[in-house]
Design a binder for this molecule. Sequence first.
Ligand SMILES: Nc1ncnc2c1ncn2[C@@H]1O[C@H](COP(=O)(O)OP(=O)(O)O)[C@@H](O)[C@H]1O
Ligand SMILES: [Mg+2]
Length: 460
Amino acid sequence: MKWCDACEFFVSREDGVCELCGQDRSGTEPLVDSRYRLGPQLGAGGMGAVYSALDVTLNRRAAVKFQHAQSTPLTAFKLQQFRREASAIAAVRSPHVADLYSFGLHDGRPFFAMEFVNGASLASLLSPEPKRPLPTLRALTLARDIAVGLSAVHATGIVHCDVKPSNIVIEEGTGRPVLVDFGIATLSGSFHGDDVDIAGTPGYMAPEQAVPEHVIVPATDVYALGCTMFEALTGRLPFQAPNVLRMMMAHVNDEPPKPSSVEPALAPLDAIVRRALEKSPSERYTTALAFAHAIESVIPAFERNRAASSDHTSTAPVGLRALIIDDDPMLVRLATRAVETAFRGVDILVDVANSGDEALERWQFAPDLVVLDLHMPGLDGTDTLALLRERKRGAQMRALAWTARPVPEAVRKFQALGVEQVLQKPLTFQKLVAELRAIGLKKGWVLPAELPTISGGNRG
Ligand SMILES: Nc1ncnc2c1ncn2[C@@H]1O[C@H](COP(=O)(O)OP(=O)(O)O)[C@@H](O)[C@H]1O
Ligand SMILES: [Mg+2]
């Protein structure tokens, strides 16, 4: 079906003339699925190309992925299989899995339209070479969230089969990790036989994916997530190999390294990673949820320097709550005034903590807005933020960070937690107010200044 940009409506006449405005729209590009207009390409890999797209009917962003032309012709059987898998993916409900909107054929090629996650892939945050780890707490909460998402996927009878950093997008603004790319997802219990073109990505491939005739099960994804977690924690893959074959052999035969062999402080994670990377699927965590719980249970071991959390519960907030965390009293004063100025007329309570530890001790709930420094005594800014995101309402919290040296390394760590901006010190009052207002506008906390105020006399 064609679309009339002027009328913002479908053209349903055969001759392509818009019945509303009478303009000839026959020459316009056909939309994918009668609604998706393709934008720039987001990525292209072995299995297809992904485009950002606009659903013109709903004016909502989406991502559209086309499967590459197959080496073998698209048989009716193959199409049935795609459709079955798509319908299983569409049943998944999880904030950590991109929603599937539709599936169909466009110019003879299968496509999937899905939720567009505005953010950066985990792969892009771990690159460039040499790869660097993420802050441990962020790596753990991220792996835990993806494990929870995977458990929702597995519940529909599907195995993702390609869990890896480039298939995890971290949403800008919230830090929500989302699993994408169901390009090679398979029904659980199926075999990887010779009809399968590519069966995963070598660095993250479970032994049963590397060897034909083995059954694919949820624990196959647990293994790949184990590799992903290892990489996020240490900056490198569990196995290194000069070619694909050797890499597969390593997954099948070699003892996986311990995270503590790369970084001694990671020792509390050795047993968990070991179990996720067992050669035999039945010896791993057999469900993604069990893996999630195991990760969850070890998070407290990494809350370094934290006093045991006290129990004086904060009362439920009435208006907005902002929290400023910095050990520098000058900056605390500057930021307090900036928040008050940026949100003048808004019911907002500004609180201050002199360290991340203090903030976590005193705050049971995540604030609506946190403004914080990177380097502080005790927990640093990224660990503090990772733990605040864990608190109730933590996923909705907006964050603004600053540091004396916003080098890519620092920015990347904060990006992995969904901060809005990483500002460079010294800060000016105006800059801070402007950044805070921008956040307030985006969230609808403040109204655009241009809006006429309804005050006094000459109305009506
Ligand atoms: N739904 C989505 N929202 C935002 N970005 C996406 C989405 N799906 C994919 N991407 C981006 O596009 C890249 C490639 O997409 P993917 O589906 O992994 O295709 P492939 O691996 O076959 O190239 C991803 O690494 C990710 O950065
Ligand atoms: Mg991919």
